[in-house]
Ligand binder design. Structure first.
Ligand SMILES: C[S@@+](CC[C@H](N)C(=O)[O-])C[C@H]1O[C@@H](n2cnc3c(N)ncnc32)[C@H](O)[C@@H]1O
Length: 448
């Protein structure tokens, strides 16, 4: 989607209109779709405007829901609108999409959805569009617009055209299921901080609090009940971290020995740093490196919140991983986790804005960056050391193909299979498999 430069220039980073749930959701859609901002950046300021959890919940549900179903909502809106709105009026199109989302997907009663959405046009200081919003939404309910056939196939799957085509190419058998899974809401997974509490004990606390959950593997808990994270038992005491089960697999896949010097490259906000240090208290030191200072601040906060007994072993460094070999403060490493910057195409179900923020051209840039970082970290790995490459992508260009090209370039690299039976390079987890995010891992051993 093109950035609406004129409006973006005059626009503020936080909303200036009066507080109104529908106006705020439309504003969030505008910020993502026209100004290219992420929901992670936008939503916290919007949530601050509401004290009631149900209002925050509605805002999230409606905004993320519209981003999931965007192609359908756009198709209906453009069918019903004589000509597209431009400039600062574009927000009215987003408001209309929100109205259609309430009627069709949230099953809000027609008259309530229409009147509340019309009120939101006034809250957005656009009262002259109330009549238009009213007419479009009524037209939608009266004329069975939802039954119209979709003119292009990507619309039905809620995907941008380029990603629809890419998934069809990469996964001829599975792309429809991938699209379906990517449009579902993701469960909330916790990694229990074993230095603080065992999974069994934590499970008892959840039972006492009446929070339905399941325990998985070596310390993951999947919440079934919808619960606000700060209200979970042990939030202030660092008993857990929110982390998808796929991301937690790094603890099993990178075997760390006592005395190892470990690099966590591209580490912020520190989910995997905490996981690795938690289960490997005897490692010598863990360097956590990232090139975004503000994200490293969050990493430091997360370390503090976890109250780890061995937190002094973590060395936090602001550095560019693409130029790591020139960094004179770095030792050679026994083990490296490279959680590479990627398209994030595996976590669309958690962050549906990714579908609209990411462009086809970004993939080539990311593949080149990943390749450069891989070469740089490889130079810092000791002979006999292991590198675990990870992405939250499902695109082979960033994953299996990236690693195959790396193996072709480096005679001293051997792939250590993760799944002996898999004919593929690395382990590609697809979204929804065992309720995990889409993720990729490949393990490489450095030989002489
Ligand atoms: C997938 S996220 C890392 C998530 C993190 N490992 C965790 O588990 O919480 C990728 C990270 O790579 C960082 N990054 C991107 N390009 C980088 C570069 N050239 N050098 C260092 N870090 C980089 C980003 O700032 C981002 O924090």
């Amino acid at each position: 989607m093109k950035t609406n430069k004129l409006f973006a220039k005059n626009h503020k980073n936080s909303p200036s209109h009066r507080t109104n749930l529908r106006a705020d959701a439309a504003w969030a859609l505008f910020e993502v779709l026209e100004s290219g901002r992420s929901t992670r950046d936008i939503m916290p300021a919007l949530f601050e405007r509401y004290t009631k959890p149900q209002d925050r919940g509605w805002l999230q549900e409606a905004t993320y829901g519209c981003l999931r179903e965007l192609p359908i909502l756009q198709f209906w809106t453009h069918t019903l609108l004589d000509k597209p709105l431009k400039g600062d009026k574009k927000i009215i199109e987003h408001l209309v999409m929100l109205g259609l989302f309430q009627i069709h997907f949230m099953r809000t009663l027609d008259h309530a959805a229409v009147s509340e959405t019309v009120n939101a046009a006034k809250a957005l200081n656009q009262p002259r569009f109330s009549g238009l919003v009213n007419a479009i939404l009524r037209n939608f309910t009266r004329n069975n617009v939802a039954d119209l056939p979709f003119p292009q196939p990507h619309i039905e799957y809620g995907l941008p055209k380029w990603l629809h085509k890419q998934l069809q190419q990469d996964y001829p058998e599975q792309w429809q299921n991938i699209a379906k899974q990517s449009n579902k809401k993701a469960p909330l997974w916790l990694r229990i901080n074993k230095q603080k509490i065992s999974v069994d004990e934590y499970s008892k606390h959840l039972d006492q609090a009446g929070i339905e959950h399941e325990c998985h593997g070596i310390g993951a808990v999947k919440l079934i009940s919808q619960t606000s994270v700060p209200k979970l038992p042990g939030y202030d005491d660092g008993w857990f971290n929110v982390q998808d089960y796929a991301a937690q697999q790094c603890m099993n896949l990178l075997p760390i020995d006592a005395g190892d010097t470990v690099l966590d490259c591209c580490a912020a906000p520190g989910g995997k740093t905490l996981a690795l240090i938690d289960v490997n208290p005897a490692l010598a030191s863990l360097y956590a490196i990232d090139n975004v200072a503000s994200r490293l601040d969050t990493l430091r906060e997360n370390i503090t919140r976890a109250h780890l007994s061995n937190e002094q072993k973590i060395v936090v460094l602001h550095a560019d991983a693409a130029a790591l070999s020139t960094h004179d403060k770095l030792p050679m490493f026994d083990k490296i986790l490279l959680d590479a910057p990627c398209s994030a195409s595996g976590i669309i179900r958690r962050h549906p804005d990714i579908k609209w923020l990411r462009k086809r051209a970004d993939i080539d840039v990311l593949v080149a960056l990943q390749s450069q970082i891989l070469d740089e970290v490889w130079a810092k790995l000791k002979t006999g050391g292991t590198l675990l490459y990870a992405t939250c992508s499902i695109l082979p260009a960033e994953n299996s193909k990236q690693i195959q090209t790396f193996l072709d370039r480096h005679d001293d690299a051997t792939l250590v299979p993760i799944d002996e039976d898999s004919p593929h390079v690395g382990w590609q987890i697809l979204p929804g498999e065992q309720e995990m995010d889409g993720f990729f891992y490949a393990r490489l051993l450095k030989s002489k």
